[in-house]
Design a protein around this ligand. Structure first.
Ligand SMILES: [Zn+2]
Length: 296
């Protein structure tokens, strides 16, 4: 290759790399702002425990509350940090439980015990229940009944991402749309913004539609819900506390998990997360997660 050819290739190569970087690194991914008198709660989050303690502490100990949501059904996500493990791993001097077995203060932030439950073709977020973790269920009705029987509440996660043959996907038939509608009649709230429903390929593969459809359905048929938001962090710490809801600090400080579930039931929260405006994880983050095989 002569010098001229080499330079040409180098320039093209750099341009391709630079543009793919801009394409993939398309979101700012900053933790949500602190509002006075409120706690920012990212209740549906699955950070990995395989980080140095200082890194875990830096993320979980920053202002805001992280719901450490265990998932039982997926082999690829065995490294999800649970609330119980966090209490064991993090320095004693930094972590104090304010609601035993459910919520702890952690540095300047908080952690809470939550679980994502597989229920038929849907995923539920369980909050505030008594006793051990839930198994997977064949139907959403059985799951919600069990969560309620144990004093918890159930939120329908990403309503328009239902289990398909290989991965989560949008509904394709009227029957599947009816399934989503029925699920909404059983739960205590619905997630209308999930930071993982990203615009992968503009005009071709845009999962923001899942959030938009959920918000449209809420407004049209379930206006008694306010719609919650979450990061749905998969593994990587920089995804934690991107999206969520603001709840009164007093309610959480005085009542712990009950303060959270009452606020959600009563619609006393402010959602931070919107289909159009985001926030979303970057395409680069989605790619990293997909390469680890832990999507869905
Ligand atoms: Zn999740």
């Amino acid at each position: 290759m002569n010098r001229r050819k080499f330079l040409k290739r180098a320039v093209i190569g750099t341009a391709v790399l630079a543009s793919s970087y801009v394409y993939l690194d398309n979101e700012e991914m900053q933790q949500a702002l602190v509002l006075p008198g409120k706690i920012f709660c990212d209740l549906h989050s699955h950070p990995s425990r395989n980080y140095p303690i200082e890194d875990l502490m830096e993320t979980l100990g920053s202002p805001g509350l992280t719901g450490l949501a265990l998932k039982c059904w997926t082999e690829n996500e065995r490294d999800i940090l649970t609330y119980e493990q966090a209490l064991d791993l993090l320095p004693l001097s930094q972590v104090t439980e304010i609601d035993k077995g459910k919520v702890a203060r952690c540095g300047q932030g908080y952690i809470a015990r939550t679980q994502e439950v597989l229920a038929g073709r849907h995923h539920l977020l369980a909050l505030g229940w008594e006793g051990g973790y839930f198994p997977s269920y064949q139907t959403i009705k059985e799951a919600v009944d069990d969560i309620h029987a144990r004093g918890g509440i159930a939120i329908l996660n990403h309503p328009f991402a239902i289990t398909g043959k290989r991965m989560l996907r949008l509904p394709k038939t009227q029957g599947e749309l009816d399934l989503i509608r029925e699920a909404c009649t059983l739960v205590d709230e619905m997630e209308t913004h999930n930071a993982f429903c990203v615009n992968i390929l503009p005009y071709a593969l845009d999962f923001r539609e899942m959030n938009k459809n959920a918000e449209d359905l809420r407004q049209r048929e379930f206006p008694h819900f306010r719609g919650v938001a979450s990061s749905d962090c998969h593994h990587y710490l920089d995804q934690v506390k991107l999206a969520g809801i603001y709840i009164d600090k007093d309610a959480i400080e005085t009542k712990g998990m009950k303060g959270i579930t009452e606020a959600i039931r009563g619609g006393n929260f402010i959602r931070f997360g919107d289909a159009q405006r985001g926030p979303y994880v970057s395409r680069y983050n989605l790619l990293k997660v997909a390469l680890r095989g832990i999507l869905g």
